[in-house]
Write a protein that binds this ligand. Structure first.
Ligand code: AMP
Length: 570
């Protein structure tokens, strides 16, 4: 069964009803290209070699087939699925995704990574687990101890295989795959396909289906002429960042694309709360509802349309000035298609993409395919926003002075000038206009995110492992000037930032000066206007907080605390 627009649906992929139901409640409207291509051969039991980056929907592409064959009752305590991932961060994310998709099936998922007490992992394993998501180092530890029963493993996934090889896990992978039953399905996903990956695949996959989400060829001149911008924003700051970007861009009419229905609804609510007239449009709405929304957009009674790809397909809105991708689209063709909605008939168009740091590769891929440059810009700061709001107030007043008949207010001004100076009266009027046109001010600073190019990221991964004892990785970490200390780290919030002229060196100096820590043990540093975030080893965090009570930075007492929001949420 295809949907109204003739596209493949999740039901077409022959997924069991519990999974189709789960996807629908998550608001997924249709499979992404990698899901469309991978799920049928995987359900049919084939091995698979897939080239796909983060953000393409690859997790669901392997997780759904893994859950497809889960027994409903009387499940064994032994896992039937094993997913190997390079980092702790990814282990947690993938576990969470499998858990979400398999909730109605009661899927028991366990992430296993270094740095976490092994006792807790053993307890969970003895209670019974269906899917284990592990970093290779910790998986090998368990296999050596005989604490992961492998005899029922029917499907194994190597996720981000190129990263795992870069981190020196090649031998571990061979050891793990060698210890699994030979009668099993093997899936390998990698963002790149260097020779080493091909050779790993030759050794462990049998007659695999090969999938590469082909980059579409866009003929020169076909891509629309549009100003293309991207902003790197941590997920938890996205709604505020979008609000701020829209305030500065002040689009006449914009469409904002989200991945899921749930996201569409949430964002519509947030933006309405910010004073926009935003309307949601998604596949969960009936035709009448959609028509009503479109009528409001066309008549200019709504300025933002928040939509999924499916719902927006076939819509022809002439007056759009801005297209916003709330997430990086899962495939370049989707990006090209979306931004083709602006910049028509010689009008200027703007395409804005919000990207999480981990989606940087997808963004690079889009630029490669389209041949267009996407400029990475800084999210407007609170002070940029204030300036812009002042400008808008000035423009509003200027238009009023030029166009409107103001005579009927003359008596008010005259009676006030008996009592006050004319200039003061004008100031009060400007204040009222400003407050009425620009709404509430938001005071939360959004941290600046460092943009990493592929080659930096590759070096960086070298020391993001869960075991620091591998020669291969150690060599890389010595070379690594770009900093992220990765897995066993946490971030500290320092209430001092750019406005106090703080530089990374000041923070590193204060920390190393007061604690026994070496500079290289301090990871990434983000400096915002009013605060800074510093990545430090988890085990040293409390010592640092204590030590900082005794010192000053830039002449000020600055006591850090642990960062409050979850860093790696999705
Ligand atoms: P991944 O590439 O697996 O990291 O997935 C990227 C993001 O896309 C995740 O936030 C998923 O929840 C989301 N996602 C995956 N498949 C779909 C889909 N078919 N429709 C909408 N969102 C999806």
């Amino acid at each position: 069964m295809e949907d109204l627009t003739g596209n493949t649906t999740f039901a077409d992929l022959a997924l069991r009803p519990e999974l189709v139901e789960a996807l629908s409640s998550l608001g997924y409207e249709e499979p992404t290209p990698i899901q469309r291509e991978s799920i049928p051969p995987l359900i049919a039991g084939q091995d698979l070699l897939g080239q796909a980056a983060t953000g393409t929907g690859k997790t669901a592409a392997f997780a759904l087939p893994m859950l497809q064959h889960l027994e409903t009752d009387n499940r064994s305590k032994n896992p039937t699925g094993l997913i190997l991932v390079p980092t702790r961060e990814l282990a947690m994310q993938v576990s969470e995704a499998v858990h979400k998709y398999g909730r109605a099936l009661g899927a028991r998922v366990l992430p296993i990574y270094g740095g976490q007490p092994i006792g807790r992992q053993l307890q969970a394993l003895s209670r019974g687990v269906d899917v284990v998501v592990a970093t290779p180092g910790r998986a090998v530890d368990h296999i050596k101890r005989g604490t992961i029963p492998l005899k029922n493993i029917a499907m194994v996934v190597l996720d981000e295989a190129d990263e795992m090889l870069d981190m020196g896990f090649a031998e571990d992978l061979d050891a793990i795959l060698g210890a699994l039953p030979t009668e099993r399905q093997t899936i390998l996903f990698s963002a790149t396909m260097p020779k080493r990956i091909e050779s790993l695949a030759r050794r462990h996959l049998s007659n695999p289906t090969t999938i590469r989400i082909e980059a579409p060829v866009v003929a020169k001149g076909d891509a629309p002429k549009v100003r293309q911008l991207a902003f790197m924003v941590p997920r938890s700051h996205k709604p505020a960042a979008l609000g701020r970007i829209l305030d500065v861009e002040a689009p006449a009419a914009a469409i904002v694309f989200c991945r899921t229905r749930v996201e569409v609804d949430q964002l519509t609510e947030t933006l309405n709360g910010r004073g926009y007239r935003a309307e949601a449009l998604h596949g969960g709405m009936n035709q009448e509802g959609r028509d009503r929304v479109m009528a409001r957009v066309r008549s200019g009674n709504a300025d933002l349309l928040i939509a999924t790809d499916v719902a927006a397909r076939g819509l022809d809105i002439d007056l759009l000035t801005h297209v916003v991708n709330y997430d990086v689209p899962s495939a370049p063709e989707s990006y090209v298609h979306r931004i083709g909605r602006v910049g028509r008939a010689g009008r200027e168009g703007v395409a804005i993409t919000l990207a999480e740091p981990r989606e940087h590769r997808l963004l690079e891929n889009i630029q490669r395919v389209t041949g267009d440059k996407i400029a990475i810009e800084k999210v407007p700061t609170i002070s940029d926003l204030r300036n812009r709001r002042m400008e808008l107030t000035l423009e509003t007043l200027r238009e009023t002075l030029l166009d409107d008949d103001l005579d009927r207010y003359r008596t008010i001004v005259e009676s006030l000038t008996d009592e006050f100076d004319l200039f003061e009266v004008a100031l009060a009027a400007v204040k009222l206009t400003h407050e009425a046109t620009t709404g509430a001010e938001d005071e939360v600073e959004i941290p600046e995110v460092e943009v990493r190019r592929a080659k930096d990221r590759k070096n960086d991964r070298g020391d993001r492992s869960d075991r620091g004892d591998r020669g291969d990785r150690d060599k890389k970490s010595k070379k690594n000037k770009d900093r992220s200390i990765g897995v066993d780290s946490t971030r500290l919030y320092f209430p001092i930032g750019r406005s106090a002229q703080v530089r990374p060196g000041d923070l590193v100096g204060a920390i190393t000066g007061e604690t026994g820590l070496a500079g290289k043990q301090i990871g990434s540093i983000e400096i915002a206007d009013k605060f800074s975030l510093v990545e430090v080893p988890e085990k040293s965090a409390d010592d640092i907080i204590r030590a900082m009570k005794k010192t000053t930075i830039k002449g000020r007492k600055v006591v850090p605390r642990r960062e409050r929001f979850q860093r790696f949420e999705r």
